[in-house]
Design a protein around this ligand. Structure first.
Ligand code: PLP
Length: 401
């Protein structure tokens, strides 16, 4: 160990985001190197043998580890306050690997009902195929968590704030109930990002991300990450499953993402300032059935959101009384805000969840989740908020609101 090596954990967040995990090569480059290599070479046959026996710590194959991916993982781990981070090729690869690696036939999983569409598919359709019992609860109702976790359970999965209804789940008591049932708590922290919410500090065991959203934040790459302090989980469950099933992140995407982390806190904080501005504007403007944003006092769990998150995030939703027709008229009249199912981008994006991200669900399931035909989701970008408001306003007028 270099005696002059900095203690990365003692650095403040902004410093960790710029410098954490940086490993310079023999070329002494300023910026993080892009190691676009699938494999590594050995000096001797004996060295290769030792590496495969695990006697020599070194890179073996990029399905296992890669220097650029490792820089990204280390930087994100510092931000999250986690010992371990493993990057994956997409957010869904992270969710699936994080769950699958610790579950087996006969196990039980409990999850909140308000889930991202693909998470809903994995939990309600895919896992049951392999003999895993799954149950969905209303995540905002602690009584339902208590009832579902009154017996042996292997895993609890939830999303807070949820997509797209922005429900907030009280992490500390749910973590306690999960642990009481023998379960690990896995939190999908995509909407909050590690800048606004730190689930591990509230009792979660594992945090997953789609880095495609705010962490890239510029609409360029797919990626995911799994973070934890649970050594047994890493050793016995996660590492072997990642190594042998191969959802590895490309070094190129890791290189984009390690540079994105440098500006993550600045971007997420500004997204939240802009989103609050837009949410306040929409509430004042009137004509809408409801405006949903965790940072608004009118949000049913505003109090909880204020203690659990340091700001309300980048997504604002609203319900239009005119249903699908009004929502489509509004969306089609936008001149600047783009129609896209992505979120957390520098560009403001709008989506109609009932016909896109949550189309696969039955009308009854959507109703249970509060996803009506008039619901519109806006991912507020980094443009000047005045321009966003003017675009929303003219489009609402065009839709007769
Ligand atoms: C986008 C998203 C995912 C999936 O991530 P991909 O990178 O698209 O695979 C999972 N959970 C939430 C909450 C998301 O918004």
């Amino acid at each position: 160990m270099d005696a002059n090596a900095p203690d990365l954990k003692s650095w403040r967040q902004a410093t960790q985001l710029v410098r954490g995990g940086l490993k310079r090569s023999a070329f002494a480059e300023t910026s993080e190197g892009l190691f676009m290599t699938s494999g590594y070479i050995y000096e001797t046959a004996e060295s290769a043998e030792r590496a495969f026996k695990g006697e020599e710590e070194r890179y073996i194959y990029s399905r296992y580890a890669n220097p650029t991916v490792a820089m990204f993982e280390e930087r994100l781990a510092l931000l999250e306050g986690a010992e371990v981070c493993r990057a994956t090729a997409s957010g869904m690869a992270a969710v699936f690997a994080a769950l699958l690696c610790q579950l087996k036939a006969g196990d039980r999983l409990v999850a909140s009902r308000a889930l991202f569409g693909s998470c809903h598919y994995i939990i309600t359709e895919l896992l049951p195929r392999y003999g895993i019992e799954t149950e969905l609860v209303d995540g905002t109702d602690l009584g339902q968590w208590e009832a579902a976790l009154d017996r042996e359970t292997a895993c609890v999965f939830l999303e807070t704030p949820s997509n797209p209804t922005l429900e907030i789940i009280d992490l500390a008591p749910v973590a306690e109930l999960a642990h009481g049932a023998g379960a690990r708590l896995v939190v999908d922290n995509v909407f909050a990002t590690p800048v606004l919410q730190r689930p591990l500090e509230l009792g979660a065991d594992i945090v997953v991300y789609s880095t495609t959203k705010h962490i890239d934040g510029q609409g360029r790459s797919l990626g995911g990450a799994i973070l934890t302090n649970d050594e047994d989980y890493v050793e016995d469950d996660l590492t072997p499953v990642l190594r042998h099933t191969g959802p590895a992140m490309s070094p190129f995407n890791a290189w984009l993402l390690v540079k994105s982390l440098e500006t993550l806190a600045m971007r997420v904080e500004r997204h939240a300032v802009n989103a609050l501005d837009i949410a306040q504007y929409l509430s004042r403007r009137g004509g809408l059935a409801s405006v949903l944003y965790p940072g608004l006092p009118s949000h049913p769990q505003h109090g909880l959101a204020s203690t659990q998150m340091s700001a309300g995030g980048s997504v604002v939703c609203f319900d239009m009384t005119g249903g699908r027709v009004a929502a489509f008229d509004f969306i089609n009249a936008l001149r600047m805000v783009d129609i896209s199912n992505n979120l957390g981008d520098t560009k403001s994006l709008v989506t109609h969840p009932a016909t896109t991200t949550h189309q696969r669900l039955s009308a009854e399931e959507r109703a249970q989740m509060g996803i009506g035909d008039g619901l519109v989701r806006v991912s507020v970008g980094l443009e000047d908020p005045q321009d966003i408001k003017e675009d929303l306003d003219q489009a609402l007028k065009a839709a007769g609101v």
